[in-house]
Ligand binder design. Structure first.
Ligand code: KG4
Ligand code: ZN
Length: 350
């Protein structure tokens, strides 16, 4: 892995990753949406510092993330999370800023104003300490959350479910992966948040809907599964069906039963397609990732695959939602090149 472009650091070449032959400490920053996070990870798996500043309280007042406000909050928090991560690394592993092998940041997909805060902080650190900079794709990072504190090795089949994406991914090696299917309309997290809003739950709706669902009857209402071919998904019809159902009640709405029925339909659909992909691939390892991987029923259904001989990996809750440890792991395992000073952010999947 050689940096041949305009260099952010002065050395001729430096190896980062599993083949480097020495211990790598990567500091990463995540600021793609509403979490300002900084972490330091040893050799892609061992988390020695992990700091997350959440903006949930701010955005709850508006019922969703306002990009300009989010970017300003990132500016307020960025230096604090970096300082705290350096402090944790010193306390936990006696690691000094000079020991960091490379600096990384999420460069997309995400909110451009937000991404720029993390990217510029990480590039500045790389210049200051004369170390390489690695730009990381947020979706790949979510998958790599599964390498933290585990011995997971590819190949495996992955289900990535977040606020913006729903994908089934064939992970053939640390650096080679193929998207087999994805949503043709709403992402799972988006569907959760929209349904939550229409039944009157405050932002962020996904986790709240999940909680109510656990109190309801999952078979109270029969809701339609999106009909799409292959490994693709569709959730907008389901969302409309819930809207119609809610409107059909004059008096009190059976919220828990609606949540449970919605959750049952979503989780059954995800499981069905994931199983299809697994059977076709012959893989025995399954991974779930992304914010919605925190969902109780989706986890339960997918972990049940262990009774069928599969090994299931899901990050602990703190590595499901946005964090920087997964970004550091991704920089270590999944990156073939270093980025130069002109690296840019992007809002949508390229
Ligand atoms: O991955 P993430 O933190 O941010 C994105 O990159 O999108 O995912 C956030 C999404 C939100 O839509 C949130 O409502 C959803 O994950 N989410 C959940 C749960 N926890 C978070 N959805 C359903 N059940 C949950 N327990
Ligand atoms: Zn995310």
């Amino acid at each position: 892995m050689k940096n041949t472009k305009y260099k952010l650091y002065s050395k001729e070449s430096v190896e980062i990753g599993p083949d480097s032959g020495y211990d790598n400490y990567i500091m990463a920053i995540e600021s793609s949406c509403d979490e300002t996070a900084c972490a330091i990870v040893k050799n892609g798996r061992e988390v020695i510092a992990n700091v997350v500043a959440s903006q949930i309280k701010t955005h709850a007042q508006f019922g969703g993330v306002i990009p300009e406000i989010a970017a300003r909050e990132h500016l307020d928090s960025i230096n604090i999370v970096i300082e705290e991560a350096f402090k944790q690394a010193k306390d936990n592993a006696n690691i000094e800023p000079d020991d960091i092998s490379a600096f990384a940041a999420t460069v997309g997909p995400g909110l451009v104003g937000c991404l720029l805060v993390g990217l510029n902080a990480a590039k500045t650190l790389a210049l200051t300490f004369d170390k390489p900079f690695i730009g990381v794709n947020h979706l790949n990072a979510h998958l790599c959350g599964n390498y933290l504190d585990t011995d997971l090795k590819p190949p495996f089949m992955a289900l990535l479910v977040s606020g913006g994406h729903t994908q089934i991914i064939d992970v053939k090696s640390y650096s080679e992966q193929h998207i087999l299917g994805e949503t043709i309309d709403d992402a799972v997290g988006e569907a959760y948040d929209k349904v939550a809003r229409l039944i009157g739950l405050p932002y962020p709706g996904g986790p709240k809907l999940d909680k109510l669902a656990q109190e309801g009857n999952p078979h109270a209402f029969k809701l339609p599964e999106g009909k799409v071919d292959g490994y693709n998904f569709s959730f907008s019809g389901l969302k409309t069906a819930v809207l119609r159902l809610v409107k059909s009640f004059d008096g009190e709405i059976p919220t828990n039963d609606i949540c449970a029925s919605f959750q049952e339909t979503v989780s059954a659909t995800l499981l069905k397609k994931l199983k299809l992909a697994l059977e076709k691939s012959g893989y025995k390892q399954v991974v779930i990732a992304g914010g919605v991987a925190a969902n109780s029923e989706i986890r339960k259904k997918i972990f049940n695959l262990e009774n069928e001989g599969y090994k299931v990996f899901a990050p602990p809750m703190k590595y499901c939602t946005d964090n920087a440890a997964m970004v550091a792991s991704c920089a270590y395992f999944n990156t073939n090149t270093f980025d130069d000073v002109n690296v840019e952010v992007f809002s949508r999947v390229k």
